[in-house]
Design a protein around this ligand. Structure first.
Ligand SMILES: [Zn+2]
Length: 501
């Protein structure tokens, strides 16, 4: 998940449904199965071993790495071991981008004696700077505001602009960081900066990899710098000492290649041609082990498929367990899926994504579709005791619901208590120990209820037309979110999203 949801949006669009408590399942033949499934998710299972294996044996698994391919085989093996029919589905990644190493050196004028190394990570899709690297003056970019760039004037041109950040404390800070970076990067491009260097926002010099919207002609070296070293550089600059920075970014770059989603399936017992997708992304970035983002939700879905198979539960509709790849690099696995399954999209009843860590699930985003929000409210009834749940009927960009939304398919994103998500987001510290296993089991029960519910209940909605998706864009802040995500142009030119009839 790349959380660019604006705070304003969250505040403006909170639409909590509370439609009483009719128990759908009580009138439904699936009632007993739904209850059995929810109970099973809370019991013993290999869930913990799975998460440990995926995050500690395989570890970080950026799309394009050998570890990522190993995770594909691993996930297939888990499904098949459980007797769940599963396969891998190829899709195209437009380019290979991986960091082999990154280092920087900051130094003062000759004779000043000032020179120090600073730990750094390349931001996603940064340009490379092979040894001996790129050297440029380091400019104090303040907070990267319009005024800061005005103050720098011509001196930003050809310089590395150092941006001061607030310490990241929570998930709201992360939203803010994402939103601001979009504008900072555009200002730096307009000023023709040689590169952008962000002061790391995490404590203890923790490095992370996120937050870059510049591609193609706008690409340049983009770095996150150890927070302490960045502070030191800013102090020197503000005391009037000119500094330069040398960045050596050794990247592994390459042309388009194939990656794979892993899709497990439980065929529906009544209307097998109707499909409910429940997904989480298998890939991660590579600095940490990818437990919060998103191994926890991957192993949760594997466990759900396993329990449905073990209990012999086959809801009315087909359930597809989608373990996406390429998410961190542009939501590309789910994009590949909607393209290769285009002929079936009219029969996709709902697509759910879980990608906001392993804190307790506290609600859902329902994409600006009141009828879906209303159905969900009833569907969650059997797990009401694990709530309360807040249904936010707003569209969100940033994870694998995106292409379903743009194709007009009803889509949901699970929301979670922040827990340890913000601090460890895309960082070296995203590891197994950050997930509470008991919470993961209660989350599994909630996801089970939602999946079973959408696969069972009568639905009142159909796939939206392009016109209806356009209306959704116009009535919400979707356009801004899409621009921040660099997917707006692809929507406009028709290469991504539902086409006009
Ligand atoms: Zn994620």
């Amino acid at each position: 998940m790349k959380p660019i949801r604006s705070l304003a949006l969250a505040a403006a669009l909170l639409t909590c449904t509370s439609l009483g408590s009719q128990r759908l399942w009580a009138q439904d033949t699936g009632d007993a199965d739904g209850a059995r499934l929810v109970a099973a998710m809370l019991g013993a299972s290999p869930l913990e071993d799975d998460l440990r294996e995926l995050t500690t044996y395989i570890g970080g698994r950026a799309t394009g790495t050998a570890a990522n391919l190993a995770s594909v085989d691993w996930a297939l093996a888990r499904f098949r071991e459980a007797g769940v029919s599963a396969g891998k589905e190829a899709f195209s990644m437009p380019e290979l981008w991986l960091e082999r190493s990154a280092s920087t050196r900051i130094f003062g004028p000759e004779g000043s004696g000032i020179a120090f190394e600073a730990r750094a990570a390349a931001m996603p899709f940064s340009s490379g700077a092979p040894a001996p690297g790129v050297t440029a003056p380091l400019a104090d970019g303040g907070k990267g505001t319009e005024e800061d760039f005005d103050r720098l004037g011509d001196t930003a041109g050809g310089a590395f602009v150092l941006i001061e950040t607030e310490p990241l404390l929570d998930i709201e800070g992360l939203f803010k960081e994402y939103n601001e970076a979009f504008d900072i990067e555009r200002r730096a491009v307009a000023a023709n900066a040689a590169g952008i260097v962000y002061m790391g926002s995490r404590a203890e010099g923790l490095l992370y990899r996120h937050n870059s919207s510049l591609r193609g002609a706008e690409a340049r070296p983009m770095l996150v710098l150890d927070r302490g070293a960045a502070h030191r550089a800013l102090s020197l600059l503000r005391a009037g000492t000119p500094l330069s920075l040398t960045a050596v970014l050794d990247l592994e770059l390459g042309p388009a290649y194939e990656s794979y989603n892993v899709i497990g399936e439980i065929e529906g017992s009544g209307e097998p041609e109707e499909i409910v997708v429940v997904g989480a992304h298998l890939d991660s970035w590579d600095l940490g082990d990818g437990a919060l983002d998103n191994g926890a939700n991957v192993t949760l879905l594997i466990d759900l498929a396993r329990q449905m198979k073990r209990l012999g539960i086959r809801p009315r509709r087909t359930v597809r367990f989608a373990l996406w790849n390429g998410e961190e690099q542009g939501l590309l696995g789910s994009y590949g899926y909607v393209r290769s399954h285009a002929a079936e999209l009219d029969r996709h009843v709902a697509a759910m994504s879980f990608d906001i860590g392993c804190g307790a699930i506290n609600g859902f985003f329902t994409g600006g579709r009141a009828e879906v929000a209303s159905a969900l409210d009833e569907i969650l009834d059997p797990v009401r005791g694990l709530g309360p749940f807040q249904i936010i009927d707003a569209p969100v960009v940033g994870t694998d619901n995106y292409d379903f939304m743009m194709e007009g398919v009803a889509n949901l994103v699970g929301n979670h208590e922040p827990a340890t998500y913000g601090l460890n987001y895309h960082a070296q510290s995203d590891r197994f120990e950050e997930c509470d296993l008991r919470t993961l089991r209660t989350n599994a029960a909630i996801v089970a209820a939602a999946t079973y519910g959408f696969a069972t209940t009568d639905v009142s909605w159909a796939r939206q037309s392009r016109q209806e998706v356009e209306a959704l864009i116009e009535s919400t802040d979707l356009e801004r979110q899409m621009r921040v995500f660099s997917v707006w142009d692809a929507w406009l030119d028709g290469s991504r999203g539902r086409r006009a009839e």
